[in-house]
Design a binder for this molecule. Structure first.
Ligand code: ADP
Ligand code: MG
Length: 451
């Protein structure tokens, strides 16, 4: 089964089973090999696979056979390796080969209505990026060009770009706003070359009022695309047209990007989206719960669940969102309430994947720095309060933030007994309730370790 076939199958499944089910159960699937007429679909967990197999297998097979009738059966298997690194050029070629209606090159890529400013939760890590995005979305005189937004995966770059495009569309409908990914830029460029329509291509790109290119790191190493991008970029800047660019890292850090392109990208306003902090994650979850409840008005989230998720899933807002979607779908399907039990059952894979990789050494180091004691005193035999307390704090954090056992932790604290560790953890647990200073220290340390 090719990727293109799978894309079409997915679209039909989406319309058959509805967006919510689709997002929960079909979106996480990926295509595996076909052998002896058996097509493989990869699933994140066995539990997930069983569920999909029981509920959607017939439908999925039906749609697959519509595309590819050499497949007689489907099986669901857990994929040990995550998404394979995609080699971009073949993907583009594949798209070009696909019989696709010649699309009007001026069409902006589809915008997701959910990616609005209203739905964007602002916190410390993204406030600058948000403010800058708001500013360009006003469509006033160009003050910084380009606006360059960068940050890790799932931190809201695409969301902000769609929000800008949609806001501009409302405020300044007369403006010609073109939003597309760098990959689409390249695709159109290659297509124009192939069809000998470079003049049209140039004309179109030079006639937009606002050009937004998402994930520009994609063109790194693609020399002729870069070249064309550079000329387009310069032509628009010369006309004082607003350009908005996103990338997964700062312009200077994109490898295989020509220096002149880098310096061009740097000459406007460069803002980064920082990794989310706990408060922002909790805020985002709360806002997404409200959205989910529009679909599931009867479902409540029990206290502690959102805090737990915000604490545990720190990597990426997309993962956080996916977790919540799955929780709601699952709770409604099996008629259970969204409590910690359900969360553990239903999100085992997500939670495992985002298990914190903080080490005992790191914790010991951070804690001794925080309390200004030597690392050797932290793990050494001295029992003075000024060492014992930080030691207990460190033990507590080791217990909470790593998956190490008590005996293991004890060993790493100068060969102490596991009961000593247990006692230390308990002591801090108590102090945390009544001693504001300790509570604050813990919070600070936890954050520093998570960062
Ligand atoms: P990126 O393009 O940076 O990889 P996206 O913009 O695609 O990330 O965001 C991933 C998901 O997380 C989207 O569904 C988006 O709506 C959501 N998201 C990210 N940041 C926020 C935020 N601050 N508030 C609300 N949703 C967010
Ligand atoms: Mg993106």
């Amino acid at each position: 089964m090719t990727q293109a076939q799978w894309t079409r199958i997915r679209e039909r499944l989406r319309s058959t089973i509805g967006q919510n089910n689709f997002q929960t159960w079909i979106d996480p699937l990926s295509v595996g090999p076909v052998e002896d007429g058996i097509g493989t679909l990869f699933v994140p967990t066995n539990f997930f696979g069983n569920y999909v197999s029981q509920n959607f297998a017939d439908l999925i097979l039906h749609e697959i056979r519509n595309e590819n009738d050499s497949i007689m059966r489907v099986k669901f298997a857990v994929n040990r390796s995550s998404t394979p690194a995609s080699s971009e050029m073949p993907k583009v070629m594949q798209k070009m080969a696909a019989p696709k209606a010649a699309n009007n090159p001026l069409n902006t890529a589809p915008l997701d209505a959910r990616f609005s400013f209203d739905n964007f939760v602002v916190g410390k890590p993204n406030e600058l990026a948000h403010a800058a995005a708001r500013r360009v979305a006003e469509g006033g005189p160009v003050t910084f060009n380009p606006l360059f937004l960068y940050g890790g995966v799932g931190l809201g770059k695409t969301h902000l770009m769609h929000a800008i495009a949609q806001e501009l569309h409302i405020r300044k409908p007369e403006l010609n706003v073109l939003y597309l990914s760098a990959e689409q830029f390249m695709y159109r460029f290659v297509q124009a070359l192939r069809d000998r329509k470079m003049m049209d291509f140039k004309e179109i790109f030079r006639s937009v009022d606002v050009l937004m290119v998402d994930d520009v790191q994609f063109i790194a190493g693609k020399d002729s695309t870069q070249e064309e991008f550079f000329h387009t970029f310069n032509a628009l800047v010369d006309q004082n047209k607003q350009i908005i660019i996103s990338a997964d890292r700062a312009p200077g850090e994109i490898k295989d990007l020509e220096d002149r392109v880098k310096s061009r990208l740097q000459c406007g306003l460069v803002v980064d989206l920082h990794p989310t902090d706990y408060e922002l994650r909790l805020g985002i979850l709360q806002s997404k719960v409200e959205n989910q409840q529009k679909n599931y008005p009867d479902l409540e989230v029990q206290p502690g669940v959102l805090e737990f998720l915000a604490h545990r899933i720190t990597s990426n807002v997309r993962v956080l969102e996916g977790a919540l979607t799955r929780l709601f779908a699952f709770a409604s399907l099996v008629g259970r309430e969204i409590d910690m039990d359900l969360t553990q059952d239903c999100l085992a894979d997500v939670l495992r994947a985002s298990e914190r990789k903080v080490s005992i050494e790191e914790i010991q180091r951070k804690v001794s720095e925080h309390y200004n004691i030597r690392l050797s005193d932290m793990v050494g035999p001295k029992r003075l309060r000024s060492y014992a307390r930080p030691r207990q704090v460190a033990m507590f954090l080791c217990k909470k933030m790593t998956s190490r056992s008590l005996p293991e932790i004890g060993r790493r604290f100068g060969g102490r007994d596991h009961t000593t560790v247990m006692h230390g953890v308990k002591r801090i647990e108590e102090l945390k309730q009544n001693d504001a200073q300790i509570a604050e220290d813990l919070e600070l340390l936890r954050r520093a370790l998570e960062a």
